[in-house]
Design a protein around this ligand. Structure first.
Ligand SMILES: *[C@@H]1O[C@H](CO)[C@@H](O)[C@H](O)[C@H]1NC(C)=O
Ligand SMILES: *[C@@H]1O[C@H](CO)[C@@H](O)[C@H](O)[C@H]1NC(C)=O
Length: 421
């Protein structure tokens, strides 16, 4: 071979090597761009959420959704699975129910038709459409579960955070998971959380959001969903369904925080408060109203016609934006709720249940669920030292919530520590 021949061979080898490197890079990039990071991220999230030793539950979930990458494509075959998940939970392996008295959600058919007994009566005809709708279905007490987590309360749990949400408010749940709703262990005490949902009220939303919701739950495992329409007047159903669910599955929980998905919460202050109240029986504390009157102005969101409530005053009740109760009381509240007709305003209804039990809720200034100060521009609304001293503040939407959370949890120095107890 001449030097020229050598040179030619050398060039070819170089070109081939270059092409090989390019191909390899493209192939690698391609795979990174599609499936891989998604998987890595998901795994990280699942590990984070399994801290509480819920490995078995996760295993089960993996079994339900074996090939995640095809989740979005394969809608026909996958559609059966949520149903399988829902019914499957009612016959979980016996391990799940050890210590919980082998109880399950015992409602599996939604079979409740309108009660037409009074539709021809004058008082009914004169009502607004939403009250009619409420009265027609008022007797329908329990609905099947679409998404359940019987394993949520396994093991000792000090505080269960329970948050009312609706399918389309994904961003609120996301921020809560990152801030005050984080499942964690504080001084050896478990904090868990669940979101309470019904179904979307219109068909289009239902179709779009249901599968997203199921996927969200597959990732986080913190959603409870029942087969009733999410509407303002059905919030009472959410209350009674939660109380029943809690009484069924949560034998080993000490306290419950229940609230909205648009509030600021200080878990640290909840702990401080609960530790100081360890001796209190029938603990129920929040932003309590005494002698509130039913609103009789038709324009108001909370308007109540005489036909529905005749008395002048409501019993004492705590604003539904956020309150604390102890677990034995929650179980008794379930019993009490069963003895009452449903009332369309959920926090008032809970006040009626407390009245049945002759328990007076405690009013505490660290719960601000009925708005802070009348003036929206007031400095208090942006004052992190104020938030740092509160337990619940209504109302903060995701961007403000995350901002305030970061401020409060930074090295914030407040001139005086506001005593919350
Ligand atoms: C639904 O309820 C109606 C009347 O209450 C009853 O006749 C019917 O058998 C029920 N259907 C199922 C599937 O339970
Ligand atoms: C509550 O949910 C049930 C079941 O989805 C529905 O039939 C009823 O109309 C809802 N009630 C109101 C007041 O929205």
């Amino acid at each position: 071979m001449t030097t020229r021949d050598w040179w030619r061979v050398y060039k070819r080898v170089c070109v081939m090597f270059f092409l090989a490197v390019v191909t390899l890079t493209v192939v690698q990039r391609g795979s990174i761009g599609t499936g891989a990071p998604f998987q890595i991220e998901r795994q990280a999230r699942m590990e984070a959420s399994s801290e509480g030793g819920e490995d078995r539950a996760l295993q089960q979930k993996k079994g339900l959704y074996p090939v995640t990458n095809t989740f979005w494509k394969n809608s026909k075959t996958k559609q059966a699975e949520p149903a399988a998940a829902a019914t499957g939970t009612t016959e979980e392996p016996s391990v799940i129910h050890e210590g919980a008295g082998s109880q399950t959600w015992d409602v599996s058919i939604a079979n409740c038709s309108a009660n037409l007994n009074f539709i021809n009566q004058d008082w009914f005809r004169g009502l607004e459409a939403n009250f009619k709708q409420f009265l027609l279905y008022r007797h329908c007490r329990f609905f099947p579960m679409l998404i359940n987590h019987p394993e949520k309360c396994l093991g000792e749990t000090y505080l269960l955070m329970v948050i009312k949400s609706i399918a389309s408010q994904h961003d609120r749940r996301e921020v809560i998971r990152k801030t005050w709703g984080k499942e964690q262990v504080v001084d050896g005490k478990n904090v868990k959380k669940v979101f309470l949902l019904g179904t979307a009220s219109n068909e289009a939303e239902k179709a779009n959001h249901q599968r997203l919701l199921e996927y969200e739950d597959y990732i986080y495992g913190d959603i409870l969903q029942w087969d009733f329409q999410d509407s303002f007047f059905n919030l009472t159903l959410k209350e009674t369904h939660f109380l029943k669910w809690f009484s069924t599955y949560c034998a080993d929980v000490r306290y419950i925080f229940k609230g909205d998905d648009d509030v600021f919460v200080s878990v640290e202050n909840i702990f401080e408060y609960l530790e100081a109240s360890a001796h209190v029986k029938n603990l129920f504390v929040g932003d309590v109203l005494f002698k509130a009157k039913p609103i009789r102005k038709k324009e108001n969101k909370y308007y109540i016609p005489q036909a529905l409530y005749k008395k002048t005053y409501y019993p004492p009740y705590a604003g539904g934006g956020g309150f604390l109760m102890d677990a034995p009381l929650a179980r008794r509240l379930y019993w009490a709720s069963d003895s009452l007709e449903l009332y369309p305003i959920d926090d008032v209804f809970l006040g009626m249940c407390l009245e049945v039990l002759q328990v007076t809720p405690i009013k505490h200034n660290a719960f601000k669920t009925f708005g802070l100060v009348k003036n929206k521009k007031s400095k208090l609304n942006q004052e992190p030292c104020f938030f740092k001293s509160m337990i619940v503040v209504h109302k903060l939407l995701p961007p403000d919530l995350i901002h305030m959370w970061n401020l409060v949890n930074s090295n914030l120095i407040c001139s005086q520590k506001v005593e919350i107890l």
